[in-house]
Design a protein around this ligand. Structure first.
Ligand code: ADP
Ligand code: MG
Length: 264
């Protein structure tokens, strides 16, 4: 089994990377299947959809009538007995969501994207961390989406890439906003993002998928951290006040009724 997990922040480009990989290598696989893996229910219905796609001719009636559970089991049997496929589990929230399936997925390749960075190793899954874009790549992406800059604008592009932390999601959101909003220029957007960052990170470009704006993705990640470990969320809030400066550890050990071991 070759299984690989791509780890990283929301919006850093994990799904895009998986998509590009699948696209470029599709000729090497007899089957490529994408499964949204945010929760166990979605995984099951992704597998069920695979069963329906695989079942043609005489099997199709049975496949239509099967429950999601039955169809998913059928898809797993198919995957367990056929080589040469690629299955992508996109945005796996918890390692445990895919763990039950992995043993049956030994005949092909599994590609996982996830924000979770622990727990993969013991499942024999190699993980790679996807980092932010380099500054030149971030500038090139902005220029590509907004349109080629005149020489005066090149500094504004650089400034904007820095403001947006070279995060692909932020770069694509800002570019789409500038390109699609009447009377919005690069310099005006840059001004706005410096003066009212929270509003600009929450502002969806016209005709966009409003779920994919920076503020939304951030608040989902934040809510998730809060649900898993409220102390981690508290530590994060404190650190955010000082970021990106270095901070003595003692600042954190003083947090209200937190035990030091947990803070560590
Ligand atoms: N290397 C890249 N070049 C251009 N655009 C990118 C790149 N990586 C990501 N994007 C774009 O940035 C946005 C966020 O990427 P996405 O893959 O959805 O992030 P993630 O899955 O890590 O949350 C998407 O619109 C995507 O198309
Ligand atoms: Mg994604």
């Amino acid at each position: 089994m070759i299984s690989q997990a791509v780890l990283g922040l929301g919006g850093v480009g994990k799904s895009e990377l998986a998509l590009q990989y699948a696209h470029r290598h599709r000729a090497e696989y007899r089957l490529v299947w994408w499964i949204d893996a945010d929760d166990p229910e979605q995984i099951r219905s992704g597998l069920a959809a695979l069963a329906r796609a695989l079942a043609c001719g005489i099997d199709s009636v049975a496949a239509e009538q099967a429950t999601a559970q039955e169809a998913a089991a059928w898809a797993l049997s198919w995957l367990a007995t056929h080589p040469g496929w690629l299955v992508i589990f996109d945005n796996v929230e918890e390692v445990s969501y895919v763990e039950p399936y992995l043993a049956r997925l030994a005949h092909g390749r599994v590609l996982i994207t996830t924000r979770r960075d622990i727990g993969w190793h013991h499942l024999n899954i190699t993980s790679i961390r996807l980092e932010l874009l380099t500054r030149p790549a971030a500038i090139a992406l902005l220029a590509d989406l907004i349109g080629p800059p005149d020489s005066a604008d090149i500094h504004a592009l650089e400034d904007l890439a820095e403001q947006l932390g070279d995060l692909p999601l932020a770069l694509t959101q800002a570019s789409a906003y500038i390109a699609r909003t009447p009377r919005m220029s690069l310099t005006k957007y840059l001004d706005l993002v410096k003066t009212i960052p929270a509003r600009m990170y929450a502002a969806a470009p016209p005709a966009s998928d409003a779920e994919r704006v920076v503020a939304k993705v951030w608040s989902l990640s934040h809510a998730r951290i809060q649900a898993i470990n409220p102390l981690a969320s508290h530590v994060l809030n404190v650190l955010a006040c000082f970021a990106p400066d270095n901070l003595p550890c003692a600042v954190l050990t003083g947090l209200h009724d937190a035990d030091e071991l947990q803070v560590d």
